[in-house]
Design a protein around this ligand. Structure first.
Ligand code: UN1
Length: 512
């Protein structure tokens, strides 16, 4: 076995063979079952984690609740200083953490490092924001009155993150939450518990060096019962959930029942329209990276290509050629393009989707299948595949978290946009065109209905500076850049009367 220096990286990140999966910040404890983390890259046991029990959850939540009144009084730029230090530590640990992400989750080393880069970027963004959490002032209709609005911290923010972005999604939420004056409780996917532990170890250093109380950044590795507790808990002011539409629907309903706030980042079914005016070189790279990068396990992965009939055959031939050149193998080896799926359950779902697609009449121009033997002993490596389909197929309407690309034909752009929008999900979308009118139409009111719409870029790889999220069954939430911080705060409108009389609004007279 080639080790890729993973043993040293684990050591540098404070991971040993047996770990404790619950933390209130710097203190750790755990009373739940032992979870074993296997790498999908080589099937090896990486390490064990003692997970959290329901009682442990109570301890973490109680610490968070207790820390909030103190933390919210710390000036926002001072909270930003904590985030700045966190970002610096991430810079130091980038190589080790990126490698662990690649090894435990299975994405390519480049993408693992990219994910850590997103963490660093959001920290920088949050530090700047910590001096800008601004509200509007407006003119009152009454004399000698002042009106303005301000944003206050919410309280405890619960973060439930998915396996596919094991470190970045948490940092988007935590960095913003912190500068907004909130404390966080993190429930990572138990499939990537070691990545979470590594992050917690990094943030614990910051907390310790700044003598911060327990409870500001809690974490609990556990199964869905812990997630359910966090969601139902009235003490969780905001639940930020990333995961499937199926689970997200339950989370959204549960949180709404108690009038809590939620940010939902659910499934995508992202398409690229390749127009007759597209640069085909760019289109092929964008489409192939979008479809096979992260082995098709991003919410923003390209699932569908909607191709103009005049370039359809050429695009098809070039895709087949490009897929023929893909190297599938250990993601820590930088010569490989495609790594494994997260686990064998994901492999079964991939196989079922291929089967369903065939039953519905899909025609595979690049065949799928599971890879065996040699370097594929984990059983998690699959072949990226391409099928010609109709957009209306049930399987095409559904998000399969795997490298299956559906292609279809169109004749006029209105039809293409209609197809692109005609799925239940609404996360990311793109058009490849050199024609200004086409690009503008795609971005217009009658264009893409997604939260993200790109021109001459694929569907994945969004920068943290923009608001990230989508419409319809994607859940409507927004994370990371732009003015997304407002979701992490409560808004208050203030009117101050500095006159000596009490004039009522709307000119109402009330004399006594
Ligand atoms: C996700 O798949 O959960 O745009 C997030 C991208 C990344 C984020 C993806 N920046 O692909």
């Amino acid at each position: 076995h080639k080790d890729y220096g993973i043993g040293q990286s684990l050591k540098n990140l404070g991971i040993s063979s047996e770990n404790i999966g619950v933390s209130t910040g710097t203190q750790t404890f755990a009373n739940g079952d032992v979870i074993e983390s296997y790498s999908p890259t080589d099937g090896q046991l990486i390490a064990k984690i003692k997970s959290g029990s329901v009682e442990d959850y109570e301890t973490v939540m109680a610490a968070a609740k207790a820390a909030f009144p103190e933390f919210r009084l710390m000036p926002a730029p001072k909270r930003g200083e904590l985030v700045r230090q966190f970002g610096n530590k991430l810079r130091e640990k980038k190589d080790d953490l990126g490698k662990l992400v690649s090894y435990e989750m299975g994405k390519s080393l480049q993408e693992g490092l990219g994910e850590v880069q997103e963490m660093i970027d959001i920290c920088d963004f949050a530090v700047g924001l910590s001096r800008q959490l601004h509200g509007f002032t407006m003119h009152s209709e009454r004399p000698l009155h002042r009106m303005y609005e301000q944003y206050h911290p919410l309280g405890v923010v619960g973060v439930i993150s998915a396996f596919n972005f094991p470190v970045a999604v948490w940092s988007w939420n935590t960095a913003l939450s912190w500068i907004c004056g909130n404390v966080t409780v993190w429930k990572p996917s138990e499939k990537v518990g070691l990545c979470a532990l590594a992050c917690q170890n990094i943030i614990a250093e910051v907390l310790k060096e700044n003598d911060m109380p327990e409870g500001i950044s809690g974490m609990i590795v556990g199964d869905h019962t812990i997630g359910e507790k966090l969601v139902a808990d009235k003490r969780t002011a905001l639940v930020s959930f990333t995961g499937s539409t199926r689970v997200g629907r339950m989370v959204g309903t549960k949180v709404a029942e108690r009038f809590g706030k939620s940010i939902l980042e659910l499934g995508g079914n992202n398409a690229i329209i390749i127009s007759e005016h597209a640069d085909l070189d760019m289109s092929i790279i964008g489409a192939v990276f979008g479809a096979v990068g992260t082995a098709g396990q991003r919410c923003t992965s390209t699932r569908r290509l909607i191709i103009h009939s005049s370039v359809y055959d050429e695009v098809k031939n070039r895709l087949v050629k490009a897929y023929g050149q893909l190297k599938i193998g250990n993601p820590l080896d930088e010569n490989n393009h495609v790594g494994p799926l997260i686990d064998t359950d994901a492999v079964s779902q991939y196989m079922e989707s291929i089967e369903k697609c065939k039953q519905e009449g899909g025609k595979f121009i690049v065949e799928g299948g599971v890879l065996e033997g040699g370097n594929y002993e984990s059983g998690c490596y699959v072949k990226p595949c391409i099928a010609e389909v109709e957009n209306s197929f049930e399987i095409v309407q559904h998000e399969t978290f795997a490298p299956i690309l559906y292609i279809m034909k169109y004749d006029d752009l209105d039809e293409a946009i209609e197809m692109q929008n005609d799925v239940p999900q609404g996360l990311s979308s793109a058009i490849m065109t050199q024609n200004l009118c086409e690009a503008e139409l795609f971005l217009s009111h009658s264009g893409s209905d997604c939260g993200i719409a790109n021109v001459n870029i694929g569907t994945s790889g969004a920068e943290i500076g923009g608001a990230f999220g989508g419409e319809k069954e994607t859940g409507g939430g927004r994370e990371s850049g732009s003015d997304v911080w407002k979701y992490y705060m409560r808004r208050q409108t203030n009117t101050i009367n500095y006159s000596t009389t009490l004039p009522l609004a709307q000119g109402i007279k009330f004399d006594i």
